[in-house]
Design a binder for this molecule. Structure first.
Ligand SMILES: Cc1cc2nc3c(=O)[nH]c(=O)nc-3n(C[C@H](O)[C@H](O)[C@H](O)COP(=O)(O)OP(=O)(O)OC[C@H]3O[C@@H](n4cnc5c(N)ncnc54)[C@H](O)[C@@H]3O)c2cc1C
Length: 336
């Protein structure tokens, strides 16, 4: 394992905020975590798990251990004519895995192309895009509870997947470091173009191949989202609020043309981007932090903003929406 003391995390988070980690540990092989647990210097320290930092706002120096897996192997563990179960190290970049699957004719993840970040965080956030969430193809994962040293295998039903949510956000699972994730992918391709942008993209097209869908998602994302390497950001900062019928009625009284769609149990998902836009905040900036002009759900760092400045800006957006619509936006980004 690699151990780095008092190191800046500026290159380990896509907001590019310059906070440090007291000790950054990069896991290079399967024995490293066991050795870490045995070492008295480390076993009792607080632990934070880091991926690519693309869903993270770091507002302070991180004390204790910051642990990141840098292993990237991919292994087929089961395969037949219909499906394959593929096991991936949590340190591999998500998009590289999606590309691997496309190149090797394992289908299902095309709609999730180009999502930044590493495999380990995908189940934590239950990442999703263009009408598909990772849970649809999730098989299981292996994690190690760094409080007890116990290794666990968890299947879909154990993980409480929901919209940008999983059991790993609950306090008692926050000590579980995910080392490997398994996905069950199809050997025959059926495009899912139910999402509006994809329906429009493929309007007159029949016989859509997996590569067509993958390329479409990449093209749409590149047009729609600011590139975090040029304009640092962590993707959608807020979740889309979910309202019941009465809450929706109240909102429509204030803002009749708001974008929303029905989900299960008589509930409605409202577009947070649309709410922010209607509140007049698209492109709004305070110093070097602001709402992206390309996408209203994205808060961007336009200069050398600190994590605290970005967090203050997020709290400002929340307060504007409470005042205007009585809706409290919940961050999708993990704030530490
Ligand atoms: C431009 C842009 C576009 C984006 N678009 C989307 C999108 O379309 N859909 C979407 O869902 N998300 C999107 N995101 C958010 C982000 O890409 C995902 O949430 C991604 O899964 C985060 O991965 P990461 O490795 O960067 O995790 P990090 O940000 O490093 O960590 C996220 C959380 O996972 C935990 N974690 C990380 N690794 C492990 C591990 N091995 N074990 C246990 N816990 C761990 C961390 O402690 C933290 O709580 C976007 C982000 C950006 C910058």
């Amino acid at each position: 394992m690699q151990i780095h003391k008092n190191i800046s995390l500026i290159n380990h988070n896509t907001f590019r905020v310059d906070n440090s980690a007291e000790t950054l540990i990069l896991i290079e092989n399967d024995e490293d975590l066991g050795n870490l647990l045995k070492d008295e210097n480390y076993s009792l320290k607080s632990k934070f798990f880091l991926g690519a930092g693309s869903n993270l706002l770091i507002t302070r120096p991180i004390k204790g251990l910051t642990i990141k897996n840098i292993q990237t192997s991919i292994k087929i563990v089961e395969e037949n004519s219909e499906f394959a179960i593929i096991e991936v190290d949590s340190g591999l970049e998500w998009h590289n895995f999606v590309s691997f699957c496309l190149d090797n004719c394992y289908y299902g993840l095309e709609n999730l192309a180009l999502i930044p970040g590493l495999i380990g965080a995908a189940p934590v956030q239950n990442i999703g895009a263009y009408g598909v969430e990772q849970q649809k193809y999730f098989d299981s994962l292996i994690c190690i509870d760094l409080n007890t040293g116990q290794q666990k295998v968890m299947y879909g039903n154990d993980c409480n997947f929901d919209y940008r949510h999983s059991i790993f956000k609950q306090e008692e699972y926050k000590s579980c470091f995910i080392t490997k994730v398994r996905y069950k992918l199809k050997k025959s391709f059926e495009p899912d173009i139910s999402y509006k942008d994809l329906k429009i993209f493929f309007q007159d097209k029949t016989n859509i191949q997996a590569k067509d869908l993958f390329d479409a998602v990449v093209e749409i994302r590149n047009n729609k989202l600011p590139n975090h390497n040029e304009t640092p950001n962590a993707g959608s900062f807020f979740k889309n609020p979910i309202l019941d019928e009465n809450q929706l009625k109240d909102l429509l009284t204030i803002e009749p043309n708001i974008v929303y769609y029905p989900i299960q149990n008589n509930m409605f998902k409202v577009s947070a981007a649309n709410l922010i836009e209607k509140a007049g905040l698209k492109g709004y900036r305070k110093k070097n932090v602001g709402i992206s002009i390309k996408h209203s759900l994205i808060i961007a760092n336009f200069g050398n903003s600190s994590g605290e400045e970005i967090y203050d800006f997020a709290k400002f957006v929340i307060s504007v929406l409470i005042d205007k619509y009585k809706i409290r936006l919940e961050p999708e980004v993990i704030i530490i």
